[in-house]
Design a protein around this ligand. Structure first.
Ligand code: XMP
Length: 548
């Protein structure tokens, strides 16, 4: 059952922006709907389907330009409307005087509530399907696209058609009192309108395979909801900086943990633009960083952006704490704890600090509500959640409503250098996630050097920007090698290169043998103590991306 944590719709740096909300019934494309609407220029949020009707009402009743909800989209769902456990929102939503668009399950829910007939699983449609539609505000401008001349289906007569993406088992068979705007061979009611305000489509306009899907969403946002086009990266940067200035005031001071990753770097830059030197960034070298990372972070933020950096060399402290710890979860917990302790000590030393800036992003908050999810587990390891309270600091999270690719756009807008902008994600526990078993200096050296070679070879062969993550893994396994004339034992290094969308699933990249060969050659030649190199060819699931 979907359960995005954030039900509040009146908070955040975007609180002045009028918006559209997507009620999440757990459909696979719920996030995609939000992203498409944002791409079209309207600030959009995903909220749980069971949001209290009063809260929605409050969001609708505010004045234009005050964060008003201008439209509601009901998402798809893996459930059938007839399942007793299927997610149902308050039916009063349909009585709110606001435009609504139901997509797939969302459309079936509207039909069900309005007394229509939703047939169970008899005529499922999956994939590309031809839709015959009638001119209406929702389909405005679509038949002029030239598609109307395409007449492949004899049932249609003169109706214009487009190919749409379907993924449903149940079918809306009848909906008396509604204006039927479109149908397919198997679905008599594939698009409908009730009272010029409530729309439903059985297909998925948010999916690329739906022809003119973006235009259909555009029609809903601008023609039907009357939204203003004001969600752009430039406007976000301007508003976020203004909001930080307002929140921090004229003499407030902020501290930020900067790891050099895209989220904390973007957060730090935004805060720096807003309050300059009153921000101090704490950068901790935990001894688990990639090769050259420390120099690059310091060079970028201290020399380039002239930001106030507090560098903490804590290599020994981390390695001492990690001595003898073999279990992956124990290592992660330990690293998280030591980091928090160091951060707390340093923030206290700074004294006179009022705020903690943190690079939380939108999926972190939505996903962390789903108990047991990968994301919630991930974030718990470098979570500084308890810190603001312990130190009496107020939290600032300027990018908490952004998706990762929006964060990248913001970073670009702020002139973030390409090494940081285009780098692969790197886990909070650093190289410890790639050293199997006990973390020793020798294994760290091998992992760091070999990973550097993997990245270099990918960059040289043009693969780096095409893959999600690439690194080397080292454990305690050894294999025989011949060094000169003598046989000797050395470590086995495993190369892991994966492609992925948002890390939820992943597959190994089918790299050319030539690239793998030169990685292997260089690792055995240049990294002392390595005799064998292997390539990890497992996908996620059942494997994970990082080995531990
Ligand atoms: P797994 O290994 O679970 O990783 O498939 C999925 C994605 O999350 C990253 N990852 C982490 N990130 N702290 C982080 O900040 C962690 O403890 C952590 N563990 C994994 C991983 O690099 C991949 O992108």
């Amino acid at each position: 059952m979907p359960n995005p944590k954030r039900n509040s719709i009146m908070e955040g740096a975007e609180k002045g922006k009028d918006k559209v909300v997507v009620l999440d019934f757990g459909g696979q494309y719920s996030h995609l709907i939000v992203r498409r609407c944002r791409d079209l220029g309207v600030y959009t949020e995903l909220i749980s389907y069971d949001i209290a009707i009063e809260e929605l009402k409050r969001g609708i009743e505010v004045e234009e330009g005050e964060g008003k909800i201008k439209g509601i989209i009901l998402s798809g769902s893996p459930f059938s409307i007839h399942d007793s456990s299927s997610p149902k929102c308050s039916y009063e939503i349909l009585d709110l005087n606001i435009p609504i668009l139901g997509i797939c399950y969302g459309a079936q829910l509207i039909a069900y509530v309005e007394g229509g007939v939703v047939g169970e699983g008899r005529k499922a449609e999956f994939g590309r399907t031809e839709l015959l539609f009638k001119d209406s505000e929702l389909f405005e401008g679509i038949s002029e696209s030239g598609i109307s001349s395409y007449r492949a289906c004899d049932v249609v007569g003169q109706s214009p058609t487009i190919n749409v993406w379907m993924s449903h088992g149940d079918v809306i068979e009848r909906l008396d009192g509604a204006d039927i705007l479109g149908y397919t061979r198997n679905t008599p009611v594939a698009a409908f309108r009730i009272n010029d305000r409530i729309y439903g489509v059985q297909f998925h306009p948010e999916v690329h395979h739906t022809e003119k899907g973006a235009k259909i969403l555009w029609n809903f946002l601008y023609k039907i909801c009357g939204c203003e086009r004001n969600w752009t990266i430039e406007s976000f940067v301007r508003d976020a900086i203004g909001e930080i200035k307002r929140e921090v005031g004229s003499d407030g001071r902020v501290v930020c943990g900067l790891s050099g990753g895209i989220d904390s770097s973007t957060t730090a830059l935004l805060v720096n633009k807003a309050i300059g030197d009153r921000l101090t960034c704490i950068f901790v070298d935990n001894g688990l960083l990639r090769k050259g990372e420390k120099e690059e972070v310091l060079n970028t933020f201290e020399n380039n952006f002239k930001m106030k950096m507090l560098f903490v060399d804590a290599k020994e402290r981390f390695l001492n704490e990690l001595r003898g710890v073999k279990d992956a979860e124990a290592k992660r917990r330990m690293i998280g704890e030591v980091f928090i302790n160091i951060f707390e000590e340093e923030a206290k030393k700074l004294g006179n600090v009022d705020f903690l800036a943190q690079g939380t992003i939108y999926p972190d908050r939505i996903e962390s509500a789903r108990s047991g999810s990968v994301a919630s587990r991930i974030k718990s390891h470098h979570n500084v959640g308890a810190l603001p309270e312990k130190l009496g600091l107020k939290l600032i999270e300027p990018i908490k409503n952004l998706y990762k690719d929006e964060v990248r756009e913001v970073a670009k807008e702020l002139n973030m250098p390409p090494q940081i902008l285009n780098q692969h994600p790197f886990p909070g526990p650093g190289l410890a996630a790639r050293v199997i078993g006990e973390v020793t200096e020798d294994k760290l050296r091998i992992c760091r050097e070999a990973s550097w070679i993997v990245e270099e070879e990918l960059k040289q062969s043009g693969w780096y920007n095409k893959v999600w993550q690439a690194f080397a893994v080292v454990g305690d396994d050894v294999a025989t090698g011949v060094l000169g004339d003598a046989r000797s034992l050395g470590r086995i290094v495993t190369i892991r290169v994966v492609e992925s969308k948002e890390a939820m699933t992943a597959d190994f990249v089918k790299l050319p043998y030539k690239v793998l060969e030169s990685m292997s050659k260089r690792i055995t030649n240049e990294v002392k103590g390595v005799t064998w190199v292997t390539y990890a060819i497992s996908s996620k699931p059942p494997s994970t991306i990082e080995p531990c």
